[in-house]
Design a protein around this ligand. Structure first.
Ligand code: FES
Length: 104
């Protein structure tokens, strides 16, 4: 194995765009979130979620995070809110951790 292929494998480990599992604590269910689908799309299969923009700008889909680390991509939450990690925009944000637990 060459040094360059090791670097590529290491980069893959840090790829936060990959799939993860969302646990909807109050709904008592979990769902896989594939890399090519948004968290909002997956959650909408379980329960209705308010949304307007689907671009991370309006805030209507923002929900509460109970466990896990969010990969922030939205522009609606403040840097302070993102540092706390307790809120997530379902339409664009993803998960750094393999599992994300939401208060839904
Ligand atoms: S729908 Fe607007 S921020 Fe998610």
């Amino acid at each position: 194995m060459s040094a360059s292929s090791e670097q590529v494998e290491g980069a893959a480990d840090l790829d936060v765009r990959g799939p993860f599992t969302v646990v909807l604590r109050r709904s008592g269910t979990s769902r896989p979130v594939p890399a090519d689908r948004s968290l909002l799309e997956v959650v909408e299969e379980v329960l209705p979620v308010p949304f307007t923009c689907r671009e991370g700008t309006c805030g209507s889909c923002v929900s509460t995070v109970l466990e896990g680390v969010v990969d922030y991509r939205n522009t609606v939450l403040s840097p302070r809110a993102k540092a706390k990690g307790a809120r997530i925009a379902l339409c664009v944000d993803r998960s750094v951790t393999p599992e994300l637990v939401l208060d839904l």
